[in-house]
Ligand binder design. Structure first.
Ligand code: UD1
Ligand code: CA
Length: 464
């Protein structure tokens, strides 16, 4: 049986009061619509249709970028005359058989298992609605059942509901599965005679009743799956709930979070045993922490792998971007360190405060403890890179490499003008500007010679 998926994402989202289309607002660092597309992509549908309208071009290009190569079709809805009108636009691209699953792009946390259960409940012949009982159902479409409570008669939108109907706590979540052929017939019968003057998708329920098609309801595992976002307040609330659920999952795996309310994961985090994470840390993209890793307070870590036993001190910023950052085992990083894309640090490396490392490898035991810059460098084992030393890797047009052999000692406040190679065991005198290669084992000093003028008199203030 063929499965089609229709995701509605054309609405303006007036209550967001934003120039960004609502479905592109981010939850856990990812547009809400991308959450829905990512989840439904696992259902192996023959067809995935996204209805765009408000900010269509922006929505389409960002989803194409997020899901490069994935089979996805966009259908435009101009103007936006309601959810029923939105699905009507998809009719020409839908087959005449199978099942269609319809979802809202502003309800990001729906789970694949819940959607699959709804498809199963539809079984190619029923109209299946995902519903939930909410303590505060304000704004949602109410599920109106017959006296027995067994059969769903209609969905009545909040604005069209009577006082008695508004007391109903069971609401429509915005997710349904229907036999595609029937759905097409029902969509053709919609009108806009209601409080909002819109074509309501939810009116198909009454048509199903009239046609003798049974209407069945299924519930999600958790309320969080069906909470829609209409305002910044709801977005922030849902973000916290989502973060709390992720924090709980990690803690169940044994990760120790100092405060799950002050933890943010915008991507995936793999942790070994005995990992400690202090407050206010943000993890983005794909991050892996080995056994016994400790992360200090206020660290931001994106696309990085941190080895066993390494300690990341507070206020460290690690951003691997597309190249990634790797840190070996037993390393000490920070406080206030900055590791940029392509930083590859070996075991027991020490990076201290206000040290920036970009596109550089540092072998086992190398140290840069204070106020330094390493860019496009290859650093050997046990190198000591002094306070204030920098690689001048950029000549204004091109980047060049600096190679520092094992056991080199670079004194404080040195400038290494790349391309340059410091041979194994070389020593660079403090304050040197090194423009030529230094042979292994040599001492290189490149600065003005110190002179002492004895009997020197300081200038005197002129008296007038
Ligand atoms: C809709 C349901 C309501 C349900 C609620 C769940 C209808 C008539 N009502 O109401 O029963 O309780 O969802 O969250 O369906 N959209 C379009 N084109 C349009 C209008 C909307 O694509 O012309 C899209 C929006 O981008 C959004 C989704 O449809 O992703 C829902 O639209 P919204 O206006 O938020 O519907 P609700 O009033 O929340
Ligand atoms: Ca909504």
């Amino acid at each position: 049986m063929s499965l089609s998926i229709v995701i509605m994402a054309a609405g303006k989202g007036t209550r967001m009061k934003s120039s960004l289309p609502k479905v592109l607002h981010k939850l856990a660092g990812r547009p809400m619509l991308a959450h829905v597309i990512g989840t439904t992509a696992t259902l192996q549908a023959q067809q995935q249709v996204v209805i765009t309208g408000h900010g269509a071009e922006h929505v389409e290009t960002s989803m194409q970028a997020a899901f490069a190569g994935a089979p996805m079709q966009f259908v435009r809805q101009e103007p936006q005359l309601g959810t029923g009108h939105a699905v009507q636009q998809a009719v020409p691209v839908l087959p005449n058989d199978g099942v269609t699953l319809i979802l809202n792009g502003d309800t990001p946390l729906i789970e694949a298992s819940t959607a699959q259960a709804l498809i199963n409940a539809c079984a190619g012949q029923h109209l299946a609605l995902l519903t939930i009982d909410l303590p505060d159902p304000t704004g949602y479409g109410r599920i109106v059942r017959d006296a027995s409570g067994q059969n769903v008669l209609a969905i009545v939108e909040h604005k069209d509901a009577t006082e008695a109907q508004r007391a109903i706590r069971e609401v429509y979540t915005g997710v349904m599965a229907a036999p595609t052929a029937k759905l097409k017939q029902w969509l053709a019968r919609l009108d806009n005679k209601n409080a909002q003057g819109e074509y309501y998708l939810t009116d198909v329920v009454a048509f199903a009743q009239q046609d003798g098609v049974s209407v069945v309801a299924a519930q999600p595992r958790d309320e969080v799956e069906v909470l829609g976002v209409n305002s910044p307040l709801q977005l922030a609330d849902l973000e916290r709930r989502f973060q709390r659920a992720q924090a709980n999952r990690l803690m169940e795996q044994g990760v120790r979070l100092a405060d799950p309310a002050r933890f943010d994961l915008r991507g995936s985090l793999q942790c070994g045993a005995d990992v400690d994470i202090d407050v206010n840390c943000v993890f983005e993209g794909s991050v892996t922490l080995g056994d016994g890793v400790q992360i200090g307070a206020n660290c931001v870590i994106r696309n990085a792998r941190i080895g066993k036993g390494t300690v990341i001190h507070p206020f460290t910023h690690i951003d691997g971007d597309t190249q990634g950052v790797t840190v070996g085992e037993g390393a000490l990083i920070g406080p206030f360190a900055r590791l940029r894309p392509g930083a590859q640090l070996g075991d027991e490396v020490h990076i201290g405060n206000f040290v920036e490392v970009k596109n550089s490898t540092m072998a086992k035991g190398a140290k840069a403890n204070h106020l330094a810059y390493l860019g496009d460098a290859t650093v050997g084992e046990r190198v000591n890179y002094g306070a204030g030393a920098i690689t001048a890797n950029y000549d204004g047009a091109n980047k060049h490499r600096t190679v520092i052999g094992a056991d080199v000692h670079v004194g404080s406040n040195c400038v290494l003008v790349a391309p340059v190679t410091l041979g194994e065991g070389a020593t660079i005198g403090g304050g040197s500007t090194i423009t030529k290669d230094v042979p292994a084992g040599d001492l290189a000093v490149a600065r003005g010679k110190q002179v002492a003028l004895s009997g020197w008199k300081r200038p005197q203030k002129i008296k007038r």
